[in-house]
Design a protein around this ligand. Structure first.
Ligand code: ACO
Length: 315
């Protein structure tokens, strides 16, 4: 039994903030941001757009692509750290809005690796036959978690959602392998300044940029090697890498260290900025049905914790 991708969908808030639209008080510039990060713009949620509403929009598109109804879905996982409420899980709100009656629905908190963590769990349940059709979503409204007076973090993030539908099928295609890891000694480098059981607030994003930068390069590289080894493959066998979209310089390093051809690496950070758990499924959805023409696709993630992970999908 394999977990086969049958649908993809994405949703972005209508409002776009380009680098030049950022408030003057931030004392930043388009030149600085583009040079250091590759980011040119970010989508920012309006009051009526939430992590769940973006998730629902992305999910409906994935369902339309797969040609399935709400009755077919029996597992919903949302990777997010910016859920609508502290509880219940955003996945249960998505379940209600989609009208999915018989499913388990829960959120995964693994920061920018939330989608890959969700994918790993869904893959395991589908392969065991414990779920038949899984909706895995990465969704964030990070614009609500940044301090808009802190130029070293607020310019980096954006909002959005990406959804993937997977079905357990007797097929050679689908998820070939998935790996997830974490190292809690990295928590101080990227975290919020508060939380329910500490400050009783949500807090703002705090980051030691250079340490995160170095760790992201190291973990991308490590997980790619691990994935290739697991599947007895070389980098030439890979048709496309979709890395977490945090910073184009991190992705450039990945290209250099792995030896992958540049045209085989998808980059969307210029348009979306860093959308945390949403970034990989958002980037995947950019390809639309073209994705089904690629053979071996690698997904790579790295986020706060640190958490990291990778997946190899065959189409
Ligand atoms: N505009 C202008 N100047 C800025 C800005 C800004 N937006 N932000 C910081 N600066 C200034 C700093 O104040 C500092 O000034 P100083 O030298 O006078 O003190 C100077 O730029 C250099 O600051 P650094 O933090 O050393 O800049 P660096 O070259 O490391 O770039 C950056 C910062 C882009 C955050 C980089 O460290 C990075 O990309 N880190 C990766 C982190 C990342 O992408 N995180 C996303 C979340 S994690 C993830 O998704 C994996």
């Amino acid at each position: 039994m394999n977990s086969v991708v049958i649908g993809l969908g994405a949703a972005l808030p209508k409002k776009i903030i380009c680098n030049n639209d950022l408030p003057e008080s931030l004392n930043t510039s388009d030149e600085w941001i583009v040079q250091r990060t590759g980011i040119r713009q970010r989508h920012v949620a309006s009051e009526d757009e939430t992590t769940s509403s973006l998730s629902v929009e992305a999910s409906r598109k994935a369902m339309a692509m797969a040609g399935i109804s709400a009755d077919d879905i029996d597992l919903i996982i949302v990777g997010t750290v910016t859920g609508d409420y502290t509880f219940p899980a955003t996945a249960t709100i998505v379940q209600r809005e989609l009208g999915v009656k018989n499913a388990a629905a829960f959120d995964v908190s693994a920061a920018c690796s939330g989608f890959i963590y969700g994918l790993d769990l869904a893959d395991a349940r589908l392969k065991l036959g414990r779920s038949k059709c899984a909706l895995v979503i990465g969704a964030e409204t990070f614009s609500r978690l940044v301090d808009w007076t802190d130029r070293s973090t607020c310019v980096l993030f954006g909002d959005g959602a990406g959804a993937m539908l997977l079905r357990g099928e007797n097929s050679q295609n689908g998820i070939q392998s998935c790996l997830i890891h974490s190292d809690g000694t990295g928590i101080e480098y990227l975290k919020t300044s508060g939380g329910v059981s500490t400050t009783k607030t949500v807090g703002f994003v705090q980051m030691k940029g250079q340490e995160v930068f170095r760790a992201a390069i190291e973990k991308f590289n490590e997980s790619l090697k691990e994935l290739l080894l697991q599947n007895n493959m070389t980098i030439e066998d890979i048709d496309l890498i979709i890395p977490h979209q945090a910073n184009s310089r991190i992705i450039e390093k990945l290209i250099m260290l792995s030896g992958i051809k540049r045209e085989k690496v998808l980059i969307t950070v210029d348009k979306h900025a860093n959308t945390s758990a949403a970034s990989i499924p958002l980037a995947m959805s950019e390809l639309g049905c073209e994705i089904f023409r690629k053979k071996n696709i690698v997904l790579l993630s790295m986020g706060a914790g640190f958490t990291w992970g990778a997946a190899l999908i065959k189409f």
